[in-house]
Design a protein around this ligand. Structure first.
Ligand code: C2E
Ligand code: MG
Ligand code: MG
Length: 766
């Protein structure tokens, strides 16, 4: 079949090529080309379609009809070529016309049968579109018909025959246009080829009739092969794979509206034209009808769109609360996930009311429903920007937050819960309710909507089981993420609400036993957990970016204390620990300067303790901050010295005033000779570099003695004094001859270790 198809294409192309002006040596009729080659193409097309109908079962009847139609057409032409054209005078109508006109009814029926399969009986608008198309084309065809009639002469039979051709073509054309309309103007391959074939037929017939009527027809022009092209296009249509059984139309896109719009527009143009020039009445009537149907179509479209919008809205809204439903939430989260840039996050939160069933059972469903509505309204008050709130069903709500760090999401959830904890008043009845929230962070734990919802759900059930309010879903690697997040949130409150306080540990001159200053050590008076030590929260403050306000509070408390002591007549040097992020904060020096100024304190009273590892980040910024602090007069001490990898020589180049040898060396001083040797040599080396050395963590009299022997300048440790609140340091601070009393105290403390009131005795050995 494929070979025959190519043969046909070749024959038609060859034939058409001979009609290009200049190709033939002689103009005019050529029996071989315009006669028999022409006939062969028509017969070939007909046979090919018959063959297809024989081989393929689908649409067989339709194609047999079409093949017969083209067969009759071919017979008309054959009779003309072999016989009629030699009759003088030429008969009109002749037997050739019988063959040609028989083509039309056979093709109509064939096309209708084929169209029945390819078209679903669609909605009213589809029909209206087809009608607009048919009327629009008719209006123009009527114009063409008028031209033909104007030029026709002869008897009734001749007139009827002449009119029969354009009308036959017109009906064919309308049939195709109507079918296209019913297909939503997406005809597919088969019908596209069919349409092109029919177009060629109509154009060829019209031009031919006009040329005949005006007596200007000559054979051998490009007009002649147009019928061959038309028939072979129809044959090609037959060769295409038959379309699937018609699917319901998806009426979308500009194509749907293009043809009806075009027809409406051209009809309008025609009417405008008719107002200036004489135009056949039929033409005006058809154009007007097109406009009327187009108007009906617009109204119908409007209603359809309205209806669709309402249905869409209903399908995405929760009936009770008016919030979005699960479907809308899904779509919104998917859109958000798709638009996330690298490094951005969003949080999906599921909030489930606690003991809602009890409310429902006790107060009845109408009250329960009312409560859900009010909960929805309260939650809606927290929605910002592109955040989305939806009710998933029952007493379960979902939120998508744009933010979002895990901390941000956790805090948002806690705010929601706090808001829900405020009582609801429904029908004069006060109802208290709480909720459990599960959070999943995208893309940390999942990157699909279902994955996020599922994980948020797991977290929410965990929150319910543990009665802990909010849980953030975490992967293995997160550790106890929720506990950490809770800590951060509480820490933020602690900083703001004054839950931080300071204990002070004396630093003494080892030789004279005189107090030479104190180190401020932070404590957290936690509302439920009691007094917390820095190792349980300082690192988290650093990690979650809270160090700046944290250190501001500590510095404020420490300097307030210095001022208080000063007011009482004592100038006590104060050491404050600062962290890496403080050291990278370029505003720290000016902040400290202002804090000192406000309290009227000299800068020399303050020492900042920086751990050795912090110092070794070696960032130029850190060094510049330290340099500026020293320029102010603030002293810089290297804490936990010996735990890092800095050489003393390198330290000498840095802006530091003091070294604090890490307590791990001091602890082993009594037991380990090598540790003793290290301490000894380190002390000597520091002395030779002119850096005072502080030994921290002195726990025994023996350690203290050895350090004194080594020539260490300053000591600090439980043996001397534990960190304690300011009011318990009065012994150390009373004016007068200090040394003997200090010695007494050391003796007393060594006899009753750990029994002192609120000093840091509770934390065994740390
Ligand atoms: P650090 O600066 O090296 O402080 C000395 C720590 O050693 C204190 O622990 C103190 O209580 C403890 N200590 C003192 N003498 C002895 C002793 O004889 N034996 C033993 N075993 N320990 C002794 P604390 O108060 O728990 O502080 C721990 C660390 O937390 C501090 O180490 C410091 O790095 C940090 N820290 C404390 N307060 C602050 C603060 O306000 N800001 C910052 N950024 N860090 C602080
Ligand atoms: Mg320290
Ligand atoms: Mg230390």
């Amino acid at each position: 079949m494929s070979l025959l198809r190519w043969l046909l294409i070749l024959a038609v192309t060859g034939y058409a090529a001979t009609t290009i002006p200049g190709v033939r040596s002689h103009t005019g009729y050529n029996v071989l080309i315009d006669g028999w080659l022409h006939n062969a193409t028509l017969v070939g097309a007909s046979l090919l379609i018959f063959l297809r109908a024989y081989l393929v079962r689908e649409d067989r009847a339709a194609w047999v009809l079409v093949a017969s139609g083209i067969g009759f057409f071919a017979m008309g032409t054959i009779s003309l070529v072999s016989w009629v054209q030699y009759i003088v005078p030429a008969p009109y109508p002749s037997v050739a016309d019988v063959g040609w006109l028989a083509f039309y009814p056979l093709l109509y029926v064939g096309l209708v049968v084929a169209a029945r399969r390819a078209v679903t009986m669609s909605s009213r608008n589809v029909w209206l579109d087809s009608v607009i198309g048919v009327l629009g084309v008719s209006a123009f065809a009527a114009l063409g018909l008028q031209v033909v009639l104007d030029h026709t002469s002869g008897g009734l039979a001749a007139l009827i025959t002449t009119i029969a051709y354009p009308i036959g073509d017109l009906i064919l054309l309308l049939l195709v246009v109507g079918t296209y309309g019913l297909m939503g103007w997406r005809p597919g391959r088969v019908w596209t080829y069919l349409g092109i074939g029919v177009m060629f037929f109509a154009v060829a017939d019209t031009v031919y009739l006009i040329l005949i009527a005006t007596n200007t027809y000559t054979a051998g022009t490009p007009l002649d092969p147009m019928w061959s092209v038309a028939c072979s296009m129809i044959a090609l249509a037959a060769m295409r794979k038959p379309p699937e059984r018609a699917k319901p139309l998806r009426r979308q896109g500009w194509v749907v509206l293009f043809v009806p719009s075009l027809c409406t527009f051209t009809s309008l143009c025609l009417l405008v034209y008719a107002s200036t020039r004489p135009v056949p009445v039929l033409c005006v009537v058809l154009a007007t009808a097109t406009m009327v149907v187009a108007a009906i179509r617009s109204a119908s479209t409007f209603r359809e769109v309205q209806g669709m919008a309402a249905v869409r809205q209903e399908a995405r809204t929760d009936e009770l609360t008016g919030l979005g439903n699960r479907r809308q939430f899904h779509d919104a989260v998917r859109a958000q996930i798709d638009s996330l840039a690298l490094g951005e996050r969003c949080a999906v939160m599921i909030l489930d009311l606690d003991r809602f069933k009890e409310v429902n059972d006790a107060l009845g469903h109408p009250m329960g429903d009312q409560l859900l509505v009010e909960v929805g309204q309260r939650l809606a008050g927290h929605v910002r920007g592109r955040d989305v709130l939806a009710r998933l069903g029952g007493d379960e709500f979902a939120l998508m937050l744009e933010l979002s760090t895990a901390v941000g999401a956790y805090e948002a959830a806690e705010r929601l819960r706090a808001d829900l904890l405020q009582s609801f008043t429904i029908d004069g009845m006060t109802i208290h309710i709480d909720a459990s929230v599960g959070i999943a962070i995208c893309p940390d734990v999942a990157t699909t909507v279902d994955g996020l919802l599922q994980r948020a759900d797991i977290a929410m059930y965990q929150a319910k089981a543990e009665r802990c309010g909010t849980v953030v879903y975490q992967t293995e690697a997160d550790g106890d993420l929720t506990a950490r997040l809770r800590l951060v949130q509480e820490l933020r409150t602690a900083i703001a609400d004054g839950q931080l306080l300071l204990h002070y540990q004396p630093k003494v001159d080892l030789r004279s036993q005189r107090l030479i200053g104190v180190e401020a050590l932070v404590r957290w008076q936690h509302p439920t957990l009691g007094l917390l030590f820095p190792d349980s929260f300082v690192a988290e403050a650093e990690r979650s970016g809270l160090m700046r306000p944290f250190t501001t509070v500590v510095l404020g408390l420490a300097l307030d204390q210095v001022r208080d002591w000063q007011t009482a007549g004592m100038l006590v040097p104060m050491a404050v620990n600062i962290s890496t992020s403080n050291l990278l904060d370029v505003e720290l020096p000016s902040q400290i300067e202002a804090m000192l100024d406000v309290r009227g304190l000299p800068a020399e009273v303050l020492t900042v303790e920086v751990t050795e590892s912090t110092l070794m980040v070696d960032a130029p910024r850190a060094l510049s901050v330290l340099g500026r602090l020293r320029a102010l007069g603030v002293r810089v001490s290297v804490d936990d010295y010996g735990t890092g990898y800095s050489s003393l020589a390198r330290l000498r180049e840095l802006p530091v005033d003091e070294l604090k040898l890490d307590r791990s060396f001091i602890t082993e001083l009594g037991s380990d000779d090598r540790a003793a040797a290290i301490v000894d040599s380190t002390v000597k080396l520091a002395q030779s570099l002119g850096l005072p050395m502080v030994a921290e963590g002195i726990e025994t009299a023996a350690a203290m003695k050895r350090l004194t022997d080594f020539g260490c300048d300053i000591g600090q440790g439980y043996f001397i004094a534990r960190p304690a609140p300011a009011n318990e340091l009065t012994d150390w601070l009373l004016p007068g001859p200090a040394a003997p009393r200090r010695a007494d105290r050391i003796a007393i403390r060594s006899a009753s270790r750990g029994s002192a009131g609120s000093v840091d005795g509770g934390r065994g050995g740390s």
